[in-house]
Ligand binder design. Structure first.
Ligand code: HSE
Length: 434
């Protein structure tokens, strides 16, 4: 039997047009795979006249996407407008209330409203699908929710923002500073005109909060994600990282600890023995550490029309096939409410770069502070010699608490011989190649 799954698309930017193109170009293949033809039966976007390279002539057009979600004769509404609140949220609320499935790529909306939306969808017996919201073309939601369902996960971490990864990669390859490479990323169309969500870690935090719910069966707690971006990473630190056997990556990490669920986004020193150190350019990658699977890594394109459309169409195929799963691994009403672990309680090793006046006794002052705060030094590196003027000194520490490290840094910053605020980057312990 070949019935139709009727689809409405709200938002016809690059991803919306890409989704339309996949549905047209792979129509037969998709019908074969799910036993239903996937038919775009309504669309809505801001500008009706814009040439998107797709033929929308026979597709009913709605100027108002919320009206479309309420009135179009469709089974599924695909929301591709974006934004945590406003019209995107209204579209999803309206579609669900009218008994329609929702497919969305909107990580900001899910990070802020994912749980009430999931409850509402599950109560109404419709699907809220969001594979495209996390890591674009990588089927990480499917991997965590289905492929790794037999595991207790111990930790999930990943490179979840292609723009930041591109910037860090190019800084390393070219030796240029952050601002110059950001400008290049903007010219290439990777970074948004306002790049703060990408480079300040917010986009990664949205995605991490969603992954946390799927991986650990808990309610989303976006406010509980410690978030720090890559603006303060300098070419100097990237050079020292290589010398010490690390690569700097913006990672999102979530893991249960004795103090609650640790959710953190910040630049990390990733050992060169870890496969994720080699994920470069705009690629994303996620690693799931489980009790039986051990470690599984998923890598691919995290953004762009093709990869994102691929994820959206996969959700549509699932809906057409009749796959019905809890939105976030367990039914939304059973999701646990786990407290987020305060960042102060984080336990790990640290890289510090100090700009010091090069004169006898300076390191002794720094070492005394580290001793007082019970922070144990692992190594120290001074490459330049410049008596009386400023030189970079790099210290790596053994594992210690974030609060001890912060106290030490505040005190070091107050020393007369420290001429710039110290730079601190956390060193991540990751499973490596043997
Ligand atoms: N702006 C995101 C990135 C893509 O750079 O990865 C969409 O999530």
């Amino acid at each position: 039997m070949n019935t139709q799954l009727k689809v409405a698309i709200a938002g016809l930017g690059t991803v919306g047009a890409g989704t339309y193109r996949v549905l047209q170009e792979h129509g037969e293949l998709l019908t074969e795979r799910c036993g239903h033809s996937l038919v775009v039966s309504a669309v809505s976007a801001r500008d009706r006249k814009r040439d998107r390279g797709i033929n929308l002539q026979n597709v009913p057009w709605f100027d108002d996407p919320v009206q479309m979600a309420a009135e179009a004769e469709v089974d599924v509404v695909v929301e591709l407008i974006g934004g945590a609140d406003g019209v995107a949220k209204e579209i999803c609320d309206t579609a669900i209330q009218h008994g329609r499935h929702v497919v969305t790529a909107n990580k900001a909306m899910l990070a802020h409203h994912g749980i009430p939306l999931a409850r509402m969808a599950e109560e109404r017996g419709v699907v809220l699908a969001y594979e495209a919201a996390v890591a674009g073309g990588i089927p990480i939601i499917k991997a965590l929710r289905e492929g790794l369902a037999g595991n207790h996960l111990k930790r999930v971490y990943g490179i979840l923002n292609g723009t930041s990864n591109f910037i860090l990669t190019e800084m390393r390859r070219s030796g240029r500073e952050f601002e110059a490479v950001l400008e290049e990323a903007q010219k290439l169309g990777y970074a948004e005109a306002d790049p703060s969500f990408d480079v300040d870690g917010v986009d990664t935090a949205h995605k991490l909060a969603i992954l946390a719910a799927v991986a650990f069966g808990c309610e989303i707690d976006f406010d509980g994600v410690y978030t720090e971006g890559i603006r303060h990473v300098s070419a100097l630190d990237i050079g020292y990282a290589e010398e010490l056997g690390y690569r700097i990556k913006l990672l999102g990490t979530v893991r249960p600890t004795e103090d609650g669920l640790e959710q953190r986004v910040h630049p990390c020193m990733v050992p060169l023995s870890a496969p994720i150190a080699y994920v470069e350019g705009v690629d994303n990658a996620i690693v799931a550490d489980g009790d039986f699977v051990e470690s599984a890594m998923f890598e691919g394109r995290g953004a762009g029309a093709g990869p994102t459309a691929s994820a959206i169409v996969a959700d549509l195929v699932d809906i057409a096939r009749g796959t019905r799963l809890p939105t976030f691994s367990v039914p939304a009403r059973h999701l646990a409410r786990i407290l987020s672990a305060p960042m102060d309680r984080h336990w790990g090793a640290y890289y510090l770069r100090l700009m010091l006046v090069d004169r006898p006794g300076v390191i002794a002052d720094v070492a005394a502070i580290l001793r007082d705060e019970k922070v144990s030094m692992e190594s120290m590196l001074q490459r330049q010699r410049s008596p009386g003027s400023t030189v970079p000194v790099v210290i790596t520490t053994h594992e210690t608490s974030e609060s001890a490290m912060r106290h030490a840094l505040e005190r070091i910053d107050r020393l007369d011989t420290v001429v710039e605020s110290p730079r601190m980057i956390r060193i991540e312990t990751l499973g490596g190649r043997t």
